[in-house]
Design a protein around this ligand. Structure first.
Ligand code: DX5
Ligand code: ZN
Length: 224
């Protein structure tokens, strides 16, 4: 596997928020391909995290794309605010959007990339119809809501299924995974077809620092 074929998206949910800018710069210096921003509203998931102000504050700190994972009810109410704050990609949960296709189109109309995602219990068939409308599919490999959870191995079959659908339709869609990604699970998800890996705890929770942690993930992706 060509190491440049797999992209790394550190999730700032596990970063030290007292020095968030510094942590994002460290991730960029260590070769991150994008920064993953987890937005939670305490309703769609039982946790609260951050809003557009954080995206706005990070925008001048990094040249990397900022991808925003919206784990919120009524995403339509907030997509414009995130677009204006500087998000490059908005990722929408199929379980949260009223009219999913319309929400995806609204994001595109704002000049942004759009992704669709779904919880572990939601079948791949729930996103199949909108594949032609998205730039990215994010397969959740843990239940959304918290960083540092254990990878759910039953999601590997879903990664393979999405990979096949994208291949069959010959669509230019990135296949990303999110949750419990570390040096042990990386070879599994890459072998299943994932090409963008979100990692929070494995990057920002590593005792030997962000650069060493990202080196381990790259290495694990290479040997997959
Ligand atoms: C979970 C979030 C993830 C999370 C991943 O709800 O969507 O992006 O930060 O964290 P780790 O890599 O720690 O499982
Ligand atoms: Zn996420």
């Amino acid at each position: 596997m060509n190491p440049t074929a797999v992209k790394l998206a550190p999730s700032i949910l596990s970063a030290d928020f007292a020095r968030l800018g510094e942590q994002v710069r460290a991730a960029e210096a260590a070769g991150a391909d994008r920064i993953h921003v987890d937005v939670m509203d305490g309703h769609f998931v039982p946790n609260l995290s951050m809003g557009p102000v954080v995206v706005k504050a990070l925008r001048p700190v990094t040249k990397l794309p900022l991808e925003t994972h919206l784990m919120i009810e009524e995403p339509d109410r907030y997509i414009e605010a995130f677009a204006q704050a500087g998000s490059d990609t908005l990722i929408i949960h199929v379980e949260s959007a009223g009219d999913l296709r319309q929400t995806l189109r609204r994001v595109k109309a704002l000049g942004k990339k759009v992704g669709v995602t779904f919880k572990p219990a939601t079948p791949v068939s729930a996103i199949e119809a909108v594949l032609p409308d998205v730039d990215l599919v994010l397969v959740m490999t843990v239940e959304p809501g918290f960083g540092g959870q254990k990878f759910r191995h039953e999601t590997l079959a879903k990664i393979r299924e999405v990979c096949e659908l994208i291949g069959k339709a010959n669509l230019n869609i990135e296949l990303e995974v999110d949750g419990g990604i570390d040096a042990t699970t990386t070879p599994l998800v890459v072998a299943a077809g994932a090409r963008v890996l979100v990692a929070g705890a494995a990057v920002f929770g590593a005792p030997d620092g962000v650069a060493a942690a990202m080196g381990r993930l790259r290495q694990a992706a290479t040997v997959a």
